[in-house]
Design a protein around this ligand. Structure first.
Ligand SMILES: Cc1cc2nc3c(=O)[nH]c(=O)nc-3n(C[C@H](O)[C@H](O)[C@H](O)COP(=O)(O)OP(=O)(O)OC[C@H]3O[C@@H](n4cnc5c(N)ncnc54)[C@H](O)[C@@H]3O)c2cc1C
Length: 367
C-alpha cells in the first residue's frame, strides 16, 4: 500500500520535497495556513548560484531570477572594501520561486496545523479545518515550527526577528550586495534591479534598528514594501522521531552567519526524499548532519563570537578581512563559510598578520 505522507508547510522546502516525492509515484498532501503559496514574503531571496547547479530537480523559468550578484561591498564605520566574484549569487523573486515549486501539488490552503495524535500505526493530523491520516508527517513549517515544538526539539534554540524594506533608491550598486557591520548586528542592501533594493537586518528590535541605520548611513528613498520574519538558529538533537520528521527552517537548516536557508533546506529535502524512497527514514538525521552539521556549528560559533565583539574588535576583524580580500575572492564559498575560515587557519602566511586578532579567535574557540 502507498505511504500516506502529510507535509506541514508549503514553503520552498515543503514544496520541493513534495515534488521529489511525486517523482517517486507518491501523492503527498501539503497543509498550508495561508491562502497562497509565497505570500506573505519573508525572505530577501539572495541565493548562491550553486543552488541551481546542485539541486537536481530545480527547474525554474529564468525570470524567477531578478538580478545577478557579482560580489559585495563590506562597510565598517566610514571604511569599505569590495569583494568581486562574478555571478556568485542571484536575487530571486521569492513569491514566484515558491509558486513555481508548488505547481500541480495537492495543497490544502488556509488550513492551520494544530496537533498530532498517534492512532495505532498512523497519525491523525489535526488542522483548524479538518483532519488527515498519515504514515509519515513532515514538519516543513519554518522557523516557528509547531511540529518541532510538539516533538520537543526546540530546546536551546535562538530566535531572531528579521525586518526587510523594499525601497526605491537612486544610485546604489546595481550588482553588488552591501553589508554594513555594526556592533551586535549587521545590515544588508541587496539590489533587486530597476532602482529597487531590499534593505534588511535581523536583531532583537529590527524595526528601531533599521530606521536608525538608514538615518545614520544617510540612506534615503521611498519604502514600497515592508515585511517581517523569524529565523531560528541552533541544532535540533533529533530531526526524526518515529515517523515525524523536520526539514528546512523547522530543522534550523540555515547558515547562522548570513541566515541564508534556502540552499541547505533544499539539499536536506533531497536527502529526506532519498531516505523515504529507501525506507530508511531513521537515517535522515544522521545523513543531513553528516553533510552540513559541522558547517552550521562553525557558523554558530562565529556568529556568537561576532555578537559579543566590541567596536575595537570588529574594527580589527574588518581590517584583517580587507587585507585578505584577494584570498577571500579566490577561496570564499557562498554556501560554505567554514571552508574560508578553515583555509585561513591552515594558511601559515596569515599568522603574522593576525596580531591581536589571535586573542579574539581564541576566545571564539574556547567559549
Ligand atoms: C528577513 C529574512 C531574510 C532572509 N533572507 C534569506 C535569503 O536572502 N536567502 C536565503 O537563502 N534565506 C533567507 N532567509 C531564510 C529563508 O527565508 C528560510 O530559510 C526559508 O524560507 C526556509 O524555507 P522553509 O520552506 O523551510 O520555511 P518557510 O519558507 O518559512 O515556509 C514554511 C511554510 O509553512 C507554513 N506554516 C507555518 N506554520 C504552519 C502551520 N501551523 N500550519 C500550516 N502551515 C504553516 C508557512 O505559512 C509557510 O508557508 C531569510 C529569512 C528572513 C526572516
Amino acid at each position: 500500500m502507498q505511504k500516506k505522507i502529510v507535509i506541514i508547510g508549503a514553503g520552498p522546502v515543503g514544496c520541493y520535497l513534495a515534488q521529489l516525492l511525486k517523482r517517486q509515484g507518491l501523492s503527498p498532501i501539503l497543509i498550508e495556513e495561508h491562502a497562497q503559496v509565497g505570500r506573505p514574503v519573508h525572505c530577501t531571496g539572495l541565493v548562491g548560484s550553486r543552488l541551481f547547479e546542485e539541486i537536481k530537480h530545480l527547474t525554474l523559468p529564468k525570470d524567477v531570477m531578478v538580478n545577478i550578484i557579482n560580489g559585495a561591498v563590506i562597510y565598517y564605520n566610514n571604511h569599505s572594501f569590495t569583494l568581486k566574484r562574478k555571478a556568485v549569487a542571484y536575487v530571486v523573486d521569492r513569491e514566484r520561486f515558491d509558486k513555481e515549486l508548488s505547481r500541480d501539488l495537492n495543497i490544502y490552503h488556509e488550513h492551520r496545523f494544530v496537533g498530532l495524535e498517534r492512532e495505532k500505526n498512523e497519525y491523525l493530523v489535526s488542522t483548524d479545518r479538518g483532519e488527515f491520516y498519515a504514515d509519515i508527517v513532515i514538519g516543513a513549517d519554518g522557523a516557528n515550527s509547531v511540529v518541532r515544538k510538539l516533538i520537543r526539539q526546540d530546546v536551546g534554540l535562538k530566535y531572531g526577528k528579521g525586518l526587510q524594506l523594499r525601497m526605491r533608491i537612486k544610485s546604489r550598486h546595481n550588482n553588488l550586495v552591501e553589508v554594513f557591520l555594526m556592533k551586535g548586528s549587521f545590515f544588508w542592501i541587496v539590489p533587486e534591479g530597476k532602482g529597487i533594493v531590499r534593505v534588511g537586518t535581523i536583531s532583537n528590535n529590527p524595526h528601531k534598528d533599521i530606521y536608525e541605520f538608514l538615518s545614520s548611513a544617510g540612506i534615503k528613498g521611498e519604502v514600497i514594501d515592508k515585511f517581517g520574519g523569524l529565523v531560528t538558529t541552533g541544532v535540533c538533537k533529533n530531526t526524526v522521531q518515529d515517523n515525524i520528521v523536520l526539514v528546512g527552517g523547522a530543522a534550523c537548516q540555515l547558515k547562522p552567519l548570513s541566515y541564508g536557508g534556502v540552499y541547505l533546506g533544499l539539499k536536506a529535502a533531497d536527502i529526506l526524499a532519498t531516505c523515504i524512497r529507501n525506507n530508511s527514514l531513521n537515517k535522515y538525521d544522521l545523513l543531513w548532519k553528516k553533510e552540513f552539521l559541522s558547517e552550521i556549528k562553525i557558523g554558530l560559533k562565529a556568529s556568537d563570537l561576532y555578537n559579543r565583539m566590541d567596536n575595537k574588535e570588529i574594527n580589527l576583524v574588518f581590517n584583517f578581512l580587507k587585507k585578505q580580500k584577494s584570498f577571500i575572492e579566490k577561496s570564499g564559498d557562498f554556501e560554505k563559510h567554514s571552508s574560508l575560515l578553515l583555509q585561513l587557519i591552515r594558511n601559515p602566511a596569515i599568522y603574522p598578520q593576525l596580531g591581536s586578532l589571535f586573542k579574539i579567535f581564541l576566545k571564539g574557540i574556547l567559549y
